[in-house]
Design a protein around this ligand. Structure first.
Ligand SMILES: [Zn+2]
Length: 376
């Protein structure tokens, strides 16, 4: 019996090393390091119960001191490297160009399915915007964090359908596709931030707007602000109007999902004039105050690590998801043109910030947020 007790955890450990992806780079040296690998594959939040987490008889694994257990020269972590925040818009079954859409902002469900696999195979793993802002990036060693953002609350991104008397995500929607992918690749992460305009129709389909938002939040997704009516802030002339559009959307969210605060905003077109930008970040509307810790811009390039001296969340650059019509600086372009050396490569431990000696200068030590800096 004691023999079995030893064999089973060992099998589970090997399985989790394979599952942690970026796996060829993770080389456990001792028993200890295998245990640390387990910790790094443990889901941090709502990744769903399908994530295989080793259970029981190995309590030491949970309490072991998280010492770097990776071969730094092989994994080559660089936690000051750049991170891609991908900006998605429309998802459709099949595409026909119109006067308003030549396909630059639209992708098909099939292409999105393929994209998830491509990103997974290239070692990308999802984190949420809040994890990024809190410098709490938890992906396995050798993996590259990535954020998904979805603008406009379109039903191709997500809509509810009735199945066996329950409301579930339509399998023909980005969220439905991500849920399916998560069943076979739980370590990819079921994460993303949806920037919505609550003054307009949001995720049209079954259920109430409240049920739709709640569903996403319960799955571990985040909701962000995209103004009440998708206004062009560049054309707004008064502070009152900014407060109404940004604060009004924030207030509406609180009414729909009590206690849920929209903590970041994606600009619908461009930013407000200089004198009004402060109100986009922070303000008060009808007695409710709001603060956007990040402002997502319309995209063209990767953004900075949260410990970089250049980190400026109020101007977070995003990379446009590739549409039917490819354009330079879209995601497919960056996947070809951004070298691994320029990107954030994780050390697998959210409590340490590991950088090569040559990148030490790029670290803003005030932004470590209590984490230990490891230079190699
Ligand atoms: Zn938009």
């Amino acid at each position: 019996m004691s023999k079995f007790a030893k064999i089973i955890p060992a099998l589970v450990i090997s399985a989790s090393i394979l599952l942690s992806g970026c796996g060829s780079k993770v080389e456990p040296e001792k028993n200890n390091s295998a245990q640390n690998t387990i910790q790094s594959t443990k889901p941090t939040d709502n990744q769903g119960s399908s994530t295989p987490v080793p259970q029981g008889n190995d309590t030491n694994a949970r309490t072991a001191t998280p010492k770097p257990s990776i071969d730094l020269s092989k994994v080559k972590p660089n936690e000051t490297g750049k991170i891609m925040v991908v900006m998605f818009h429309n998802f459709v079954e099949s595409f026909t160009p119109t006067k308003y859409d030549n396909g630059e902002y639209t992708t098909t469900f099939d292409e999105f399915r393929k994209l998830l696999q491509t990103l997974y195979d290239k070692n990308y793993r999802l984190v949420n915007v809040n994890d990024y802002l809190n410098n709490n990036i938890s992906v396995p060693a050798g993996c590259i964090p990535m954020m998904f953002t979805f603008d406009d609350g379109t039903s191709g991104q997500f809509n509810l359908v009735e199945e066996g008397g329950k409301l579930v995500a339509n399998k023909q929607s980005a969220v439905g596709i991500m849920e399916e992918f998560n069943k076979t690749h739980p370590d990819f992460g079921l994460k993303g931030t949806f920037y919505v305009n609550l003054g307009l129709g949001t995720f049209e389909g079954k259920g109430t707007v409240n049920e739709r938002l709640k569903y996403l939040i319960d799955q571990g997704f985040e909701i962000g602000n995209h103004t009440l009516t998708h206004i062009n802030l560049r054309e707004v002339k008064t502070a009152e109007k900014v407060l109404q559009e940004v604060g009004g959307n924030h207030k509406k969210m609180l009414e729909l999902v009590p206690d849920y605060k929209l903590g970041s905003l994606a600009l619908p077109f461009g930013n407000a004039t200089k004198d009004l930008q402060g109100y986009v970040a922070k303000g008060e509307f009808e007695g409710v105050s709001y603060e956007n810790r990040a402002i997502m811009e319309v995209g063209w390039d990767p953004t900075y690590s949260p410990v970089s001296k250049k980190f400026n969340p109020l101007s977070t650059h995003r990379v446009r998801a590739s549409g039917i019509k490819p354009v330079d600086t879209d995601l497919a372009w960056w996947l070809k043109n951004l070298s691994v050396g320029e990107q954030y490569v994780s050390d697998g431990d959210p409590n340490t910030v590991t950088v090569p000696k040559s990148r030490e200068e790029a670290v803003d030590k005030n932004k470590l947020n209590g984490k230990q800096l490891v230079v190699y």
